[in-house]
Structures are given as structure tokens and as C-alpha cells.
Design a protein around this ligand. Structure first.
Ligand SMILES: CC(C)(COP(=O)(O)OP(=O)(O)OC[C@H]1O[C@@H](n2cnc3c(N)ncnc32)[C@H](O)[C@@H]1OP(=O)(O)O)[C@@H](O)C(=O)NCCC(=O)NCCS
Length: 173
């Protein structure tokens, strides 16, 4: 198994669409919300991810962010992750620096844990010294992924979105 993070690319459009369909069939409609915001037009989505990384044309309240796809054997898109370049007060309550997902058919194979490890490596290269992550208190898999990657729980808050408890973690890089 050779897992890599890549930036969104036209070469894997069909695979990307297949992954998105899987999420949607599973009722997970918010995954890769930039694609939904682009009305499922792939070229618009590609442009939006590039603009978001450069800090242009961001939706209200968004900070610049980098989108990565997780790809196995250079061809199979199995997940997505986003790195938000800095924190705001709302992100420090819910969201943090990093969001991620693994497509339903590829879960429970260790990819979620490995994907975060690769993203943290990218953060080290960008000279970040620590990152914050948040996780719904009942998202056992996500909490395990964060803790397996060195996350230390620093507190909790109530999500203004879901009104559920969210756990706060920091990872020293
Ligand atoms: C959370 C998510 C990324 C996990 O991905 P994954 O590839 O299944 O994760 P892993 O295989 O690395 O599993 C990590 C750990 O969680 C456990 N786990 C995975 N799914 C689980 C589940 N549904 N219930 C309980 N434990 C679970 C695994 O057994 C593993 O435990 P271990 O380290 O003790 O062996 C995936 O379920 C997902 O995309 N969910 C929707 C989006 C989401 O919740 N993102 C996180 C927002 S903070």
C-alpha cells in the first residue's frame, strides 16, 4: 500500500467523482464542500482549491486553506484532507487547522491514521510547530486517529453548529 497526498488534479477526476458519489450515497453530503459550492463542476472546483490556497475568493469567514487528496498507488482516491493556514476564534472552537475524511469503502484499514500522519509531515515542511484539531466527542475513530498521531486533549467546547460537545487537541510537530 502506497498512500500519498496530492493536490487536486484533472488526471484523477473520474476517481474523485467516484469517491464523492460514495460519500453522497452514505448520506455524507458535506464532504469536500468546495465541490458542492462549485455546483459539481470539476474545473470550477480545481480553480476554487487553487484560489483558496492563495487566499482569494474565500467564502465569508473562511481562512486560506490547502486541499489534499489521499491516493493509493497513484490512482485510487481514498480520502480528502484540508489544512487551514491559521486559526480564528471560531476555528478554535470547532474546526481547528485540519479536517479529513476517508471514503466509506476504505474505512477501518488504517488509512485515516496514515493520512493524518502524512498531512502532519507536510505541516512540518511548512515550518508549523504545532497544530490544533477538533473532534466531536462521540467520533471515536477521529479521536483515535488524532491520539495515534500524538494529539493531546486540551479542553472542550460546545459547537455552535451542532450544539454537541467538541474535544480540542494540539499536536506538537
Ligand atoms: C473518521 C474517519 C476519517 C476514520 O477513517 P479510517 O480510515 O476508518 O480510520 P482508521 O482505519 O485509521 O482507524 C482509526 C481507529 O479508529 C477505529 N475506528 C474506525 N472506524 C470506527 C468506527 N466507526 N467506530 C469505532 N472505531 C472506529 C479503528 O478501529 C482504529 O482503531 P485502532 O487505532 O484502535 O485500531 C472516517 O470514518 C471518516 O471519514 N468519517 C467521516 C468524516 C469524519 O468524521 N472526519 C473527522 C472529522 S474530525
Amino acid at each position: 500500500m502506497d498512500l500519498k497526498l496530492v493536490k487536486p488534479t484533472k488526471f484523477l477526476e473520474a476517481e474523485f467523482r467516484a469517491a464523492i458519489s460514495e460519500f453522497r450515497k452514505n448520506g455524507e453530503n458535506q464532504i469536500e464542500s468546495a465541490f458542492a459550492r462549485s455546483n459539481y463542476n470539476f474545473d470550477t472546483y480545481l480553480k476554487m482549491t487553487k484560489q483558496a490556497e492563495a487566499g482569494f475568493a474565500l467564502p465569508e469567514g473562511f481562512v486560506p486553506f490547502t486541499t489534499y487528496w489521499s491516493v493509493v498507488d497513484d490512482k485510487h482516491v481514498i480520502g480528502f484532507c484540508n489544512f487551514r493556514h491559521y486559526l480564528t476564534n471560531p476555528l478554535m472552537i470547532e474546526g481547528g487547522h485540519i479536517g479529513y475524511s476517508i471514503r466509506p469503502s476504505e474505512r477501518r484499514k488504517g488509512y485515516g491514521t496514515q493520512q493524518l500522519a502524512l498531512l502532519l509531515e507536510a505541516c512540518r515542511w511548512m515550518a508549523y510547530e504545532k497544530v490544533m484539531l477538533t473532534c466531536d466527542y462521540d467520533n471515536i475513530a477521529s479521536a483515535k486517529i488524532i491520539e495515534a498521531n500524538g494529539g493531546v486533549c486540551s479542553g472542550e467546547a460546545i459547537s455552535p453548529r451542532s450544539l454537541k460537545k467538541v474535544l480540542h487537541y494540539w499536536i506538537n510537530l
